[in-house]
Design a protein around this ligand. Structure first.
Ligand SMILES: Nc1ncnc2c1ncn2[C@@H]1O[C@H](COP(=O)(O)OP(=O)(O)OP(=O)(O)O)[C@@H](O)[C@H]1O
Length: 362
C-alpha cells in the first residue's frame, strides 16, 4: 500500500506545490510552522480541494483534477489521529473503539478488535471513560479507534504534541509496533526531529509549501543539506544496527555496517534489529586512529562532503560502511586537518553520548 501525491494549491498568499510518495511504513511530513504540513494532510483527507493535481492511494485515484475525480472524505477510508485524541467523553473506551469499527467495510482486511487491543496494550482500559485517562492512554485509544475502521492509510497530525516527555516516551514503542506489525501506510506530521528520527521510515521535508528533501529516513537525515532545516543542535544521522551482545559491564555491543558500536545497555534482545540516532555534535573526527582515548567507538570512514555553516562550524558527512554519519566540527579544525572529500578519517563517538530515547526498534 502506498500514497502518491502531486498537488498545487494557492491559499491567499501561500502557494503549495508538493509532490512525494509515501510507501509502507511511517512517512514523516516535517517542517517548521506554516510550511504546509496540515494543508497536505487536509488535501489527502479531502478537507482541502487542491487547484490542481492527483492523489493516488493504493493504486486508486482519490483525487485527480484531469480526470475530474474527487472522492468525498468519508469514502476515502482514512483513519485520523489528532493532537487531542477527540474521543467521545460519554462513551467507554470499548464503545469508542466499536465506533471506529462501524466504519470498516465488511470486505476490508484489517486488524481485529483483539489484535488492536493487544497491539496497543489497552485491554485494562476497556470499561473506563476517556476523561480520567492519561494523555498517552487517550492517544492509544484514538489510534485503536482509527485502526478498527480498517483504513487504507492513517493520518496522524502531531499526535504526540500535547503530551509531556514521559507520556511521549510511553507511546513511542506502540507507534513502533504499529509500523512493524501493520501494512497500513501512515502520514505523520511532526515538528520534532527526535520523533521523526525514531519513527519515520521515510521523510518529506517541507519548506514554504515545497518539498526540499524526500526519501528514506536514514538518507534524508544524514544529508548535510537538511541541517539548516533541522537546526544545528538536532542534526544527526540514524544508523541501522543489530544488537550483538549485552556485556556484563553494562554495555551493549551493536553491529553497524561500519563496525561495532558500544552503548549503555539497551532493552532489546540480542539479534534484534535496531536503529540508533547519533547527533552531529557528539562526533569527533580523527585524521588517524586515535590511541589512548576514552571514547569506545571509533569507526573508520571516508569523507563524502563538507558543508560550511554561517558561523564557525562545518558539517562533515562521513561514509562508514554503507551508512553516513554527520559530524559537526569547527572550520578551524577542518582547515588544520586539511579535511576534504575522499579523505580517510575516523568518526569518534562516546558511548554515553547516545541517549536511550535515541535507540529504537527498526
Ligand atoms: N484557509 C486558508 N486561507 C489562507 N491561508 C491559509 C489557509 N489555511 C492555511 N493557510 C496558510 O497556509 C500556510 C500553511 O499552513 P499549514 O497549516 O498547512 O502549515 P503547517 O506546516 O501545518 O503549520 P503548523 O505546523 O503551524 O500547523 C500558512 O501560511 C497558513 O497561514
Amino acid at each position: 500500500m502506498s500514497l502518491c501525491l502531486t498537488i498545487k494549491h494557492q491559499l491567499a498568499d501561500f502557494a503549495l506545490d508538493v509532490s512525494f510518495e509515501a510507501p509502507r511504513g511511517i512517512t514523516a511530513l516535517f517542517g517548521a510552522s506554516g510550511t504546509g504540513k496540515t494543508s497536505v494532510v487536509n488535501a489527502v483527507s479531502g478537507l482541502l480541494k487542491p487547484d490542481q493535481g492527483r492523489i493516488i492511494l493504493d493504486g486508486e485515484p482519490i483525487f485527480d483534477t484531469a480526470m475530474k475525480i474527487n472522492i468525498p472524505p468519508h469514502k476515502r477510508r482514512l483513519g485520523y489521529v489528532f493532537q487531542d485524541g477527540r474521543l467521545f467523553p460519554h462513551l467507554s473506551v470499548r464503545q469508542n473503539l466499536m465506533y471506529g469499527a462501524r466504519f470498516a467495510p465488511p470486505d476490508a482486511a484489517g486488524p481485529t478488535f483483539d489484535e488492536v487491543i493487544e497491539l496497543l496494550g489497552i485491554a485494562p482500559l476497556l470499561d473506563r471513560r476517556p476523561g480520567p485517562l492519561s494523555g498517552g492512554e487517550k492517544q492509544r485509544v484514538a489510534i485503536g479507534r482509527a485502526l478498527l475502521s480498517h483504513p487504507r492509510m492513517l493520518l496522524m497530525d502531531e499526535p504526540l504534541a500535547a503530551l509531556d516527555s514521559a507520556r511521549k516516551e510511553e507511546i513511542l514503542p506502540f507507534l513502533e509496533k504499529l509500523r512493524e506489525q501493520t501494512d497500513i501506510p501512515t502520514l505523520y506530521v511532526s515538528h520534532s526531529v527526535a520523533e521523526v528520527a525514531r519513527l519515520a521510515t521515510s521523510v518529506v521535508m517541507l519548506d514554504n509549501g515545497r518539498v526540499t528533501q524526500a526519501g528514506p529516513a536514514e538518507k534524508v537525515l544524514s544529508d548535510p543539506a537538511t541541517v539548516r532545516q533541522l537546526g544545528l543542535r538536532e542534526a544527526g544521522s540514524i544508523l541501522p544496527a543489530t544488537v550483538h551482545f549485552h556485556h556484563p559491564d553494562g554495555l551493549t555491543e551493536l553491529s553497524v555496517s561500519g563496525g561495532r558500536l558500544f552503548l549503555p545497555k539497551i532493552d532489546q534482545a540480542e539479534g534484534s534489529a535496531t536503529r540508533v540516532r547519533i547527533l552531529a555534535h557528539d562526533i569527533m573526527v580523527a585524521g588517524s586512529y586515535p590511541k589512548d582515548i576514552s571514547a569506545l567507538n571509533i569507526l573508520p570512514g571516508e569523507i563524502t562532503s563538507l558543508r560550511q555553516g554561517s558561523g564557525p562550524g562545518m558539517i562533515v558527512q562521513i561514509k562508514c560502511g554503507d551508512d553516513f554519519i554527520l559530524a559537526r566540527i569547527t572550520r578551524r579544525s577542518a582547515e588544520s586537518m586539511s579535511l576534504k572529500p575522499g579523505a580517510h578519517v575516523h568518526a569518534v563517538i562516546k558511548a554515553v553520548a547516545v541517549a536511550r530515547v535515541d535507540v529504537a526498534t527498526r
